[in-house]
Design a protein around this ligand. Structure first.
Ligand SMILES: NCc1[nH]cc(CCC(=O)O)c1CC(=O)O
Length: 306
């Protein structure tokens, strides 16, 4: 029996179930989902006072260290870049669509970003998404919304907002893609580092059966580069920083942007590095990330992030 820890939100449980059933399929070992109730889930209003964005991860990690479970599954996007002593990311499973989704009234038949009426009200609490939206559509009225996926979508169905922006990945894992009006293109809407990717974390030194086989090289290389940019910039996961990586044909590419909060300025840098077959990706990804981040800092990223 493998116990797989997760936050209690519907999305977190859904994505943990996907990992657990993949493990069972590979190994025949039964799995049990352990819901770790985090303070962040109990009291969202005080998220900032609880220590900000790392709060969910910290409590899951404590449960893993305490032996309450054998693995935990995180949304990589929400995981701080600082390493967790005694723990290791044992697998970055195959990534789903990393793009952001504009969800407007009418769902799949609803207007995309360019077709929203002048001054339309769009909900998101992400500084990156706010800056990206305003860069393309300075006329939009951005509303700060919080809460889980269902809560955010309800702002659109109730008519309170014209649209919300969510990650395609979460909607896919919830089986809810019919609410997507437009998948925002990665060239103008590079993603949060790690978006669309899960992280399966284990205690260092533990050999949990089947987990290593869940690791996907393309996902691992891309997210290490994306998160390397974030780490080098010393920016947190709520900073207006976007980084998108891709491994294709033996070449690892990453492109990244840092935004002024109101979308009036954007710094961008990109790079590629060959990733020879069989080479471990971490060093190459880190060097590529450092070079891209250095270019952003040369352009004045620190001032935008201050
Ligand atoms: N911050 C919340 C969060 N963390 C991960 C996802 C989506 C799933 C993913 O990126 O893997 C979401 C919701 C959203 O941004 O729509």
């Amino acid at each position: 029996m493998l116990r797989v820890g997760t936050r209690g939100s519907r999305l977190a449980v859904a994505q943990t179930q996907l990992v657990a059933s993949a493990l069972t399929k590979r190994t025949g070992i039964e799995t049990e989902i352990v819901r770790v109730t985090t303070h962040g889930d109990v009291n969202r209003a005080s998220l900032a006072t609880l220590g900000g964005t790392g709060v969910f991860a910290t409590e899951l990690r404590d449960a893993l260290r305490a032996g309450e479970c054998d693995l935990v599954v995180h949304s990589l996007k929400d995981l701080p870049t600082a390493p967790a002593p005694g723990l290791t990311i044992a697998a970055y499973p195959r990534r789903v669509d990393a793009r952001d989704a504009l969800c407007s009234a009418g769902g799949a038949d609803g207007p995309g970003l360019d077709a929203l009426p002048h001054g339309a009200k769009v909900g998101t609490g992400s500084p990156r998404r706010i800056a990206q939206l305003l860069e393309q559509r300075p006329d939009l009225e951005i509303r700060d919304i919080r809460g889980n996926v269902g809560t955010r979508l309800a702002f659109v169905t109730s008519g309170e907002l014209d649209a919300v922006v969510l990650a395609c990945a979460g909607l896919e894992r919830l089986g809810n893609t019919e609410v997507i009006s437009e998948r925002l293109p990665l060239d103008r809407f590079p993603t949060a580092p790690g978006q669309g990717c899960l992280a399966v974390e284990a205690r260092e030194g533990d050999e949990v059966p089947g987990v290593a086989e869940l690791d996907d090289l393309a996902a691992r290389a891309a997210v290490l580069a994306e998160r390397g940019v974030l780490a080098t910039l010393e920016a947190g996961c709520s900073a207006p920083v976007a980084a998108t990586g891709r491994l294709a044909d033996g070449t690892l590419a990453v492109w990244a942007s840092v935004y002024a909060g109101d979308g009036s300025r954007r710094l961008s840098a990109a790079g590629t590095a060959p990733l020879p077959e069989g080479a471990p990706p971490s060093q190459i990804a880190n060097e590529l990330a450092s070079a891209v981040a250095a270019e952003l800092l040369d352009q004045g990223a620190a001032a935008l992030l201050a």
